[in-house]
Design a protein around this ligand. Structure first.
Ligand code: GLN
Length: 511
């Protein structure tokens, strides 16, 4: 046990293995995501609308599958094996993305010819990433939780550090992968994401000893047992590899994803109600109801926030004067501001809340604040467009929007993860964490539909007229501004009720 006592910055050393693994995983995830809308619209000549919808389906699946990955890890594989398997799938998926095939061409009559083989390889690569994230994302967070004994005061600062690792990865990716992708070609940008994930996998495998047996299967004998002549462990891997075939088809079918989300959401909701009614009473029941209401509101928050990778990214490309201090940076690189602000502000927020003492707002009020802030971020963009006259919008407005969005994220995301672990009954924490990400999955889907409000017609193959394009972004951003403020106000009004339902548990949160 002596190794376990070895610490780094006052935390178990294993935290830093998880920190760097997740940093590289998010490096690959966000590096690829930052390039995606441009790859679709500029290389394969997708319309804005079909590009947005594809990203919506992909991102929805990416955040929905961790529910299953978490379940499989809990029951069978354990976190460590799940993470290794997820990592391998991710490396393969990102390497697959590096195959670019031929660019689409458009004839004078407007007909578009696409490289179907390249597109199918691309969709299949997405399905590998979906399964990979499914095995890795929720499980690595749960493993962070396992490093601390119950009541260990370092838990929340551990999660804050971990959240900074996530954003360090995203920061580097949005700068490096976007630069490589735009300067040397898509393969280089996507390929760099794959190389990053490979480093992540190596980090995790080589740091295995520091985990000191944490994250092992609860059911090792079951894994060893054979069914159909094969070890159960291998059956799980084979089944998961085969499931990529399903996701390969689903990612191309927006309707199928929509149905899957409705069914998963409906079943989860019914199960929560059933559980609350039959297994819980008093405080515990109230707390689960409070958590469920809060999770519903996160759908609105992320649906607005996630405009970053679709409408805001295209906006930056088309309408923004992207010069900062004399340097022109590319559209996708603006995404790095979100990550940068998280890295700078996460410690500040983590410090401020508890120091507010009795003025530390309850979780519902923090969520309401988050919704208002994400709305205000769009307010900044509306202002920027209105002040731009006939020219492009100044970069500062998008940076301000990301600053406001980041403050919102910090009032909701780390606080929310903490709330999930404390408001749900111990037996269903893992499931509720899955539901938390399932909410994000619906948000991603809704975000893409919202982004379509600002779709610009590019079908004649020329750059869209600046003023026409501005008008469509204005309509969307104004709408999102009111939506954020409206839902923020609604939640603020509901917050006294939710506060009662939480029975003071959130006051024990050290967020
Ligand atoms: N940006 C965070 C991450 O990548 C949170 C994402 C989310 O919950 N929607 O982990």
């Amino acid at each position: 046990d002596s190794l376990n006592k070895e610490e780094f910055f006052g935390h178990p050393k294993a935290l830093f293995i998880l920190f760097f693994t997740e940093m590289w995983e998010r490096f690959s995830f966000y590096g690829m995501k930052a390039l995606l809308i441009f790859y679709l619209t500029k290389y394969h000549l997708f319309s804005d609308t079909s590009g947005n919808l594809l990203i919506g389906s992909y991102a929805a699946l990416v955040y929905a599958v961790p529910v299953l990955g978490g379940f499989i890890a809990d029951r069978y594989l354990g976190f460590r094996k799940a993470i290794v398997f997820g990592g391998i799938m991710l490396v393969l998926g990102h390497v697959g993305m590096a195959y670019e095939g031929n660019a689409a061409t458009q004839s004078i009559t407007g007909e578009i010819t696409r490289d179907e083989t390249a597109l199918q390889i691309f969709y299949f690569s997405l399905s590998l990433i979906i399964v990979g994230v499914g095995f890795l994302k929720a499980n690595i967070s749960s493993l962070v939780g396992e490093l601390y004994e119950t009541g260990d005061k370092r838990r929340d600062s551990g999660f804050t550090l971990f959240y900074m690792g996530i954003n360090l990865g995203s920061f580097m990716a949005t700068l490096i992968c976007v630069w490589l992708g735009e300067t040397y070609g898509w393969s280089y940008g996507f390929g760099a994401a794959g190389v990053g994930m490979f480093f992540g996998l190596l980090t995790f495998i080589s740091g295995r000893k520091l985990l000191m047996g944490k994250g092992e299967s609860n059911n090792a004998s079951l894994l060893e047992k054979k069914s159909f002549g094969l070890k159960n462990e291998w059956l799980i891997y084979i089944g998961s590899i085969l499931s990529t075939l399903l996701f390969w088809q689903m990612v191309q079918n927006h309707n199928a994803v929509s149905w899957a989300l409705k069914i998963a959401g409906g079943i989860s909701f019914i199960y929560i109600v059933y559980y609350a009614v039959t297994k819980l009473d008093g405080k515990a029941r109230h707390q689960l109801i409070a958590l469920t209401i809060l999770i519903v509101f996160t759908i609105v928050f992320w649906a607005l926030f996630e405009q970053a990778y679709t409408s805001m990214n295209l906006f930056a490309d088309r309408i923004l004067d992207r010069t900062i201090f004399g340097y022109e940076i590319s559209a996708g690189q603006f995404l790095s501001f979100n990550a940068l602000f998280i890295i700078l502000l996460a410690p500040v927020f983590a410090w401020i809340w508890p120091n507010l003492g009795k003025y530390n707002p309850n979780t519902a009020v923090k969520f309401a604040l988050a919704l208002a802030l994400v709305g205000l971020g769009f307010g900044a963009l509306v202002m920027g467009i209105n002040l731009s006259g006939t020219g492009k919008v100044a970069a500062i407005w998008l940076i301000l929007a990301y600053l406001l969005h980041t403050c919102g994220e910090l009032s909701l995301s780390p606080v929310g993860l903490s709330a999930v672990t404390k408001l749900s009954p111990a037996k269903i924490v893992g499931f509720m964490m899955g539901v938390w990400f399932l909410a994000t999955a619906s948000s991603e889907f809704i975000a893409s539909i919202l982004a379509n409000i600002a779709s610009v017609d590019t079908s004649n193959g020329t750059a869209p007229d600046l003023n026409l394009a501005k008008q469509s972004y204005l309509v969307l951003f104004e709408y999102l501004f009111y939506t954020g403020l409206g839902f923020g106000l609604l939640l603020l009004l509901l917050s006294p009720v939710i506060k009662k339902l939480m029975h003071g548990v959130d006051k024990e949160l050290n967020n």
